[in-house]
Ligand binder design. Structure first.
Ligand code: HEC
Length: 227
């Protein structure tokens, strides 16, 4: 036991002499047991570099590089023209998020409805096609939440055909357009997000198609068959 305590003291003394007391300061570089890639052969931004002929570490973007910001443009910008916005944008507008401030909005955004070349029968058809590709497997072709996955007992998804699905006051069954958009983008609960797979416009086309599914069922009074 005596030796145990003595060796304990000894180890303690060695540790303190090597590392110092807790909180004590040192000018020496810290001991690195695991370097964690802290030191790399790289050039820091804005720094000088002897490697390049012009002596600058920062390089000009390659010609035709697509600028990446909130919006990912469809094509490289051509001589100063604002690139057409497209696809997987990440802005803060209603069109990009389905939200107005902190709240989900309802209704399709004017970026869609304001342009008849976008908002027409083909738009709904596009939604139908995208829904069939991305959503029907779980939510069912009719939107009743019983897609093929439920047949195999994997999961039963949300039903767009629950009673009250067209009534905004029915919190259990109704989802605002913006809420559906947001779920497509980011997922919710057991459902994963599809923001990386479905373009912003296609997400709205799917929302429009889900609405047409719900309205068609309501108008016809038909109880949709289970898949
Ligand atoms: C892999 C299966 C799967 C796919 C594919 C899928 N969903 Fe879902 N979805 C679910 C499940 C499961 C839930 C229930 C999530 C929960 O409450 O945990 C759900 C819930 C929802 C909800 C309701 C969320 C809420 O507010 O409670 C909406 C809206 C929705 N999905 C829309 C869609 C749309 C639109 C698509 C196609 C782009 C889609 N989903 C694709 C499985 C899926």
């Amino acid at each position: 036991m005596k030796y145990y305590f003595l060796s304990f003291l000894f180890v303690g003394a060695i540790l303190v002499s090597a590392f110092g007391f807790r909180g004590s300061k040192s000018e020496l570089p810290p001991l690195e047991v695991f370097p964690d890639m802290d030191h790399q052969a790289k050039i820091k931004y804005q720094a000088v570099s002897e490697f390049f002929a012009d002596g600058r570490g920062a390089r000009m973007p390659v010609k035709g590089t697509v600028p990446m910001g909130f919006e990912i443009p469809a094509k490289p910008a051509v001589d100063g023209a604002k690139p057409a916005r497209v696809a997987f944008t990440n802005g803060i507008s209603y069109y990009d998020t389905g939200k107005m401030g902190d709240f989900y909005g309802d209704g399709l955004p004017t970026e869609i409805t304001g342009d008849k070349t976008v908002f027409n029968d083909a738009f709904i058809k596009r939604g139908e096609q995208r829904y069939a590709i991305h959503c029907a497997i779980c939510h069912g072709a009719s939107g009743n939440g019983k897609g093929v996955t439920s047949k195999y007992g994997i999961l039963t998804a949300f039903s767009f055909q629950q009673p009250g699905n067209t009534d905004p006051a029915n919190a259990a069954a109704y989802r605002a357009d913006g809420a559906i958009f947001d779920v497509i983008t980011n997922g919710k609960g057991l459902m994963g997000g599809y923001g990386g797979n479905i373009t912003v416009r296609d997400r709205w086309a799917i929302v429009a198609y889900i609405r047409s599914l719900q309205l068609a069922a309501k108008e016809s009074g038909v109880t949709l068959p289970l898949q």
